[in-house]
Design a protein around this ligand. Structure first.
Ligand SMILES: Cc1cc2nc3c(=O)[nH]c(=O)nc-3n(C[C@H](O)[C@H](O)[C@H](O)COP(=O)(O)O)c2cc1C
Length: 380
């Protein structure tokens, strides 16, 4: 029976454990470039014991970013910075993963702590946002949406392929397509955002065409030995939006188009959610377990899995294959070491780089002051 610390192999890639740093947009790029900040952020999580490490969503086109401060992979000039990131992640014993994204009608935003509102297209930091149909997201993203033409959709698919080629060149070994969170892939899938009358809209098979074509062009250039995954907005939490049963059909189709792994998340295609599960522990796991069982694809999820015993149980029960951590990875770079200690795994310091581990095992002092991360609430 696997546990949180069992190695995990998919295709030609082996992770040292089941713990993944989930992609998180940091708003610290210029011209879409990775810099010292990203090397620090991602290198420290790899040194802290994570098995798979994602930088933030990287945009396949400049207008696919969330803001002008977000990272991209739309230009060869971005490869060097990305290579610095993959190199430190590998040096620290983890596998570097990339999430390719296009924010669609939710792009052109201010930074969240500056209000996060959409910036109008005529502002120097804004642009014309695009989507499957001319329907604005609403709330903080109110500006008119340009409905993509068929030729523009083809261009986006070409941008996906070019980005995947750059990703392999930069040293990434796992590629995830971002089809969730109200971004372009999510909006093509959702009747709330997609009211097209051509072959990209209407029936479920049409609403998933954008994704299947994207997977096809990426699979054609992404090395076969490396996993291809996607994060799908599998539920819009709205009666007129994506229902989980739609996602089951779509994921089956994606599997036939070369998908190796499914990362399930929310659609977030409307600000008017009819249910709000955000306080519930592990609320995506049940859906993922169904995909694993009924479609036969390995799965991972994020959302409220930061309690080590809960994360470990989901793996032991074989409900999910990988645990993705967003906020816990931000708050504790050594979450895996802490979790290993909480779960009584022998030698938690085996997770840190060998030289640090040597010092921590051999140069013992006062055990209480060795700098262990804080115990869990209710723990010792
Ligand atoms: C600061 C921040 C930025 C995020 N950016 C992204 C992103 O770029 N791509 C993505 O798919 N999810 C993004 N997310 C969502 C996380 O990857 C994760 O799915 C979510 O936080 C739930 O997991 P958690 O409960 O472990 O935090 C972001 C979350 C946070 C907190």
């Amino acid at each position: 029976m696997p546990d949180l610390f069992s190695p995990y192999t998919l295709k030609g890639v082996t992770l040292r454990n089941r713990i993944v740093m989930s992609p998180m947009t940091m708003y610290r790029s210029r011209d879409g470039l990775m810099n010292d900040f990203h090397v620090m952020l991602l290198g420290s999580r790899a040194a802290g014991g994570f098995g798979l490490v994602f930088p933030e969503q990287l945009a396949i086109t400049p207008d696919g970013r969330t803001s002008v401060h977000c990272g991209g992979i739309y230009d060869d000039a971005q490869i060097d910075g990305l290579r610095r990131v993959t190199s430190i992640i590998k040096d620290m014993g983890a596998v570097p993963a990339i999430q390719l994204g296009h924010t669609g009608r939710k792009g052109s935003e201010a930074r969240p702590w500056e209000g996060g509102a959409q910036i109008p297209p005529d502002h120097p930091d804004g642009w014309q946002v695009v989507g499957p149909s001319a329907i604005a997201y609403g709330a903080k993203s109110p500006f008119p949406v340009h409905a993509l033409t068929r030729e523009e959709i083809k261009e986006i698919h070409r941008a996906y392929a070019a980005a995947a080629r750059r990703a392999a060149d930069a040293g990434f070994e796992w590629l995830e397509m971002h089809f969730a969170h109200g971004y372009l892939g999510a909006s093509f899938f959702s009747p709330l955002a997609n009211q097209r009358t051509d072959e990209y809209g209407g029936s479920l098979e049409n609403r998933v065409r954008f994704h299947l074509e994207a997977l096809d062009v990426v699979r054609a250039v992404w090395p076969e030995r490396f996993p291809l995954s996607m994060r799908l907005g599998c539920d819009d939490l709205h009666e007129e939006g994506v229902q989980f049963e739609d996602a089951m059909v779509a994921i089956g189709l994606m599997k036939a188009h070369g998908l190796d792994f499914a990362d399930l998340s929310l659609g977030l295609n409307t600000p008017n959610l009819q249910t709000r599960p955000f306080n519930e522990p592990a609320f995506m796991v049940e859906r993922a377990a169904r995909v694993r069982r009924e479609i036969g694809l390995p799965v991972g999820v994020s959302w409220n899995l930061g309690v080590p015993a809960a994360a470990d149980r989901m793996i032991r029960e074989e409900q999910i294959d990988l645990v993705l951590l967003g906020r816990p990875a931000l708050s504790n770079p050594h979450w895996p070491v802490w979790a290993a200690r909480e779960l009584g795994v022998p030698d938690p310091f085996a997770l840190v780089p060998e030289d640090w581990g040597w010092w921590l095992r051999n140069f013992r002092g006062h055990d209480e002051s060795i700098g262990w991360p804080a115990p869990a609430i209710g723990g010792e």
